[in-house]
Write a protein that binds this ligand. Structure first.
Ligand SMILES: Nc1ncnc2c1ncn2[C@@H]1O[C@H](COP(=O)(O)OP(=O)(O)O)[C@@H](O)[C@H]1O
Ligand code: SF4
Ligand SMILES: [Mg+2]
Length: 323
């Protein structure tokens, strides 16, 4: 049986008008995520990851393209239908501190989406308390914190509140935008494990955004590497780590410390100018920093091509580099 497609994004673009021109934050992105799976979205700060996540959730309307969720293009939905859909599609932020109201206790913060979406009435205190307790258990937050304020908790516990809020409406799909980037490494692992357990338990589908490839290695089924708004490589997580193709992906990977003494991947230091995302010229946007760049890389758009079955890459010199 074929796996069920939950989300398909086609030719998605999000441009911002700036005084200097059109900023191509997300530029013709295509991908599919199957139900219960995770797509990792990786790239440096400013490459458009958050904008992509927000565009997919329609927190910011895309410039053009299609976002097909459960078979329907949600960009065509009117406000009322979109509000209904918000229950199914949620966002977990990098820094829950900035998204949590400092004057709300843990219990109020977790109850808030339930009240706003009309799932449980504010007057039904017993039902709200019961659901808040369930959600705190689900994310491993001890009941003794129920009346605590965000500033009284550490980063890991605050992120557990963020996850509980996202789960409160029983979503199908969650955009996780750098959810562990602000946490200590030891706490990162706990939160990642929690997210994996919840995924299995609840059949969740994730789009997991990070600037750190090592974070998504074990979590993602597929990985998309973005550079200045564009997708430069897209394949299974196993294929990406076994045989990274794009020079940019190779540079990102080489920056990850490895425990294996037999692994001799040389550290690639990225030098050169990062080109501007404003009215970018046709050609490879990575050319200014790529050691393989020649005139073949500029002047014309470089399409994403299937180099090996299921392994896509956008590089004009891919055959020469990997011959
Ligand atoms: N509201 C906005 N108005 C103008 N430019 C924006 C806006 N939001 C993001 N950008 C720009 O879009 C690009 C992508 O930003 P972002 O999606 O936040 O990247 P990332 O999450 O990968 O760090 C950046 O150049 C950023 O400056
Ligand atoms: S197209 Fe050229 S500049 Fe871009 S990654 Fe490939 S070799 Fe480097
Ligand atoms: Mg971001």
């Amino acid at each position: 049986m074929q796996n069920e497609k939950l989300l398909e994004v086609r030719h998605l673009k999000k441009y911002f008008s700036t005084p200097r021109g059109q900023l191509h934050a997300v530029d013709d992105i295509n991908f599919v995520i199957e139900k219960g799976k995770t797509l990792g979205v990786v790239g440096e700060s400013g490459c458009g990851k958050s904008t992509l996540g927000r565009a997919v959730l329609r927190l910011q309307d895309p410039t053009s393209g299609e976002v097909i969720f459960q078979g329907e293009d949600i960009l065509k939905y009117k406000a009322a239908k979109m509000k209904q859909l918000k229950k199914d599609m949620q966002l977990i932020f990098q820094d829950p501190f900035s998204s949590l109201n400092p004057r709300m206790t843990v219990s109020q913060a977790i109850a808030f989406p339930l009240i706003i979406q009309g799932v449980i009435s504010q007057k039904d205190k017993a039902a709200l308390d019961k659901r808040v307790n369930e959600l705190m258990d689900l994310v491993g937050l001890a009941q003794r914190f129920v009346n605590s304020y965000p500033h009284e908790l550490d980063g890991g516990r605050r992120q557990r509140i963020g996850i509980a809020r996202a789960l409160s409406l029983q979503p199908k799909f969650i955009v996780c935008d750098e959810p562990v980037s602000a946490l200590d490494v030891s706490i990162q692992a706990q939160i990642l494990n929690l997210m994996q357990d919840l995924q299995k338990e609840m059949g969740l589908t994730y789009m997991f955004i990070t600037h750190d490839l090592s974070v998504v290695k074990h979590l993602s089924n597929d990985i998309m590497v973005m550079y200045l708004g564009m997708m430069v490589e897209y394949c299974s997580s196993d294929a990406l780590f076994a045989k990274p193709l794009h020079p940019y992906t190779r540079a990102l990977l080489s920056a990850i410390p490895v425990a294996d003494p037999d692994c001799h991947m040389e550290r690639v230091i990225l030098r050169g100018e990062i080109s501007s995302p404003i009215d970018p010229k046709p050609g490879c946007r990575f050319a200014g920093r790529c050691i393989y760049a020649t005139e073949a890389c500029v002047g014309e758009e470089i399409p994403l091509t299937e180099y090996e079955p299921g392994h896509f890459v956008a590089c004009a010199r891919i055959n020469e580099i990997h011959s």
